[in-house]
Design a protein around this ligand. Sequence first.
Ligand code: ZN
Length: 457
Amino acid sequence: MTVDLRISGGTVAIPTGSVTADVLVNDGRIVGIVDPALDTEARRTIDATGRYVLPGMVDVHVHTREPGYEYKDDIRTTSEQAAAGGVTTIFGMPNLKPATTTAALLSDVFEQYAQTSLVDYNHNPAATQSGEIAGMAAQGIRAYKVYMVVDTGRDYPHPAGTGMHDHGDLLRMMDEITKTGLRFIIHPHDQSLMDYIEKQYLDRGENTPQGYAQAYAERNGVIWDTAIDVVLRLAEASGCPVHIAHMQTKRSIDAVRRAKIRGIDVTCEVNHWGPFLSTWDDVERLGPYALSYWVPDEGREAIWEGLRDGTIDICSSDHAPHTREEKEIGWTEMWSCHTGTPGIQYYYPLLLDAVTKGKLTLERVTDLVAFQPAAKFGLESSKGAIEVGRDADLVIANLDSPWTIANDGVLSKTGWTPYDGRTINAAIEHTLVRGEFVLEDSKVVGVAGQARLATPR
Ligand SMILES: [Zn+2]
């Protein structure tokens, strides 16, 4: 048999460990993980000697900004950053304009991905209208999303129709989603506590990055912990599979660990800024450009522990680009600043860099970025691992190639990264989606229109 592609001589990360093997690809799928001595004809061979052959990242938390905020980024530019960062599947988020709150709007968004994305995709629509749940599920989504905020009808970041804080509404929605078998992604937040806390900062005139950072972390992260306790209890009460976004406090990581032991179907994620961009020094140095959130040392230690012991299931980027103009205002008016930071281009490399520094094993990293997101979002038959039969969504990386992240390498329209100036050891050289290059020799090469909706087989 002649196969389309042979990736030869690399160290291949399979779910049970790493092996020196050749990976055979045909018709977009992995058809063999074989002894390099095996004689098989291939139409193309890539020499991966001295390189790691890894599963592509399945990033379930990506803000593509399209439709509505294309001046920040769009699906095309997001997918270019994905390709450069070793991400082969993106799941978009619903806080768009219009927000993805109905089955009809979801189908519009899917059409846009089909036309312009370079990497495979799915989308997490907002679950706020019971009558839309079944129609959204029928389109092949893998999860719903809601922001646990009081719906104030804001434009951004939590536009009208994406917020749900009332516990009765949350339980009713969980009951509805349970019927679909899909997962419910929740941005945990206790709005009434935050209203009380942030008023004190604003009354004191601390409308600064430091004030904002401290408000969100106030009293060891009380706004996160109380919200996550509610989510876990309602998940237990409803049986709805839940996924908790941006974990960051020790107490809530402990709570998830205990909930899993009790048998609650909960998964959770850590975003790029958690392990890599959340120190007080980052807040002082980068101000609004570092925020997302400040994670005090105790939380960051708990994050690393959770990443290592599996309490944290998934690393997803929470890629959230904003223009410099939108960030600059934050130095003096942080509560008017758009929060969140771009990250999809660098999260996987940063995690691989952590492998080279002994902070995580390679097996844990591929589990966190690929195997678990695919497994927990129902894509284990098609995505998430280098295994015969799965899609050939592959990354070839050099883990001994120090380079410095710089703003001029950023593929986002916003043109900046909070990691500017950071030197890391891991470089992604090639990214393939279903056997086709979308990054070749560190250059984006994919053709729009070839991406597909990521679904189970
Ligand atoms: Zn987000």
